[in-house]
Design a binder for this molecule. Structure first.
Ligand code: 5IU
Length: 259
């Protein structure tokens, strides 16, 4: 059972090298925290990465919201990720025909495949998306978190869609690192559950985002990795806030795997 196994014990079940790396980082840094760096200024992103770096396993970006984006952002960002040992994760949510995804993944201004070991993809468009990400130029080791559920109120995903997404994920074990979901959908110890919509003392925003507490998402909703954005980025002391989330999440994980 995935939920009762330690991250270390799950390593042999992974079929993707980024998943292996992620589990090793999580075990050694004792963190399941992924910070959503949804900031629109390059310097702010670098400062945040530097501050929260010691406390996270991954930094999730929306690179297309950066007002002053220049490829020069990527070198220091990679340097910070290497030094603090976390993974760069572009939340691109690919959803198009395979050929277009191939181009969006590797070309254009962002050249995502050259720096993001992890990306997200929608299952909506089917296999083409995953074949494209698998075959495109870029980093040798790459992994996909496949979207099975959303935290947004009123989203159109239903039970049948979730089931079909799980089936698609099982067809690409060497590419799929895990699922993005709000509930425990799989018992496969080789798949990681990434859960956004996490904040302490806040239940929602004014645009349909829905939050659960760190304890609830780990102990009741099955999260392995928690995505926290504004709960940390809007704090006066992001490093302190990140450490607090990290500790609460890790304690909840220890309680979960305790026999
Ligand atoms: N995100 C969600 N919900 C989802 C998916 C992705 O919030 O279902 I898939 C992203 C959006 C944002 C981050 O980048 O996770 C959450 O940020 P806040 O913690 O600030 O709401």
């Amino acid at each position: 059972d995935r939920l009762k196994l330690s991250f270390e014990k799950r390593i042999p079940f992974t079929k993707n090298l980024v998943a292996t790396e992620l589990l090793k980082i999580m075990s050694s840094k004792q963190t399941t925290l992924c910070v959503a760096a949804d900031l629109t200024n390059s310097t702010d992103i670098l400062n945040l990465a530097e501050q929260v770096g010691p406390h996270i396993c991954a930094l999730k970006t929306h690179i297309d919201i950066v007002d002053d984006f220049h490829e020069n952002l990527l070198k220091p960002l990679k340097e910070i990720a290497d030094r603090h040992n976390f993974i760069l994760f572009e939340d691109r949510k690919f959803a198009d025909i395979g050929k277009t995804v191939e181009l969006q993944y590797s070309k254009g201004v962002y050249k995502i495949s050259s720096w993001a070991k992890l990306v997200t993809a929608h299952s909506l468009c089917g296999k083409g998306v995953l074949d494209a990400i698998k075959g495109a130029e870029g980093l040798e080791n790459r992994g996909v978190f496949l979207l099975a559920e959303l935290s947004a109120a009123g989203n159109l995903i239903d039970e049948a869609y979730v089931k079909k997404t799980l089936k698609l994920a099982e067809e690409y074990p060497e590419l799929i690192v895990g699922l993005v979901s709000q509930n425990p959908l799989t018992n496969n110890p080789g798949l990681l559950q990434l859960t956004p919509g996490v904040q302490i003392d806040t239940k929602s925003d004014n645009l349909g985002q829905q939050y659960n507490s760190p304890e609830i998402i780990v102990l009741e909703k099955g999260a392995d990795i928690a995505v926290v954005g504004r709960g940390i980025t809007q704090s006066n002391q992001p490093a302190v806030a990140a450490l607090n989330y990290k500790n609460i999440l890790w304690q909840a994980y220890l309680n979960r795997i305790k026999q």
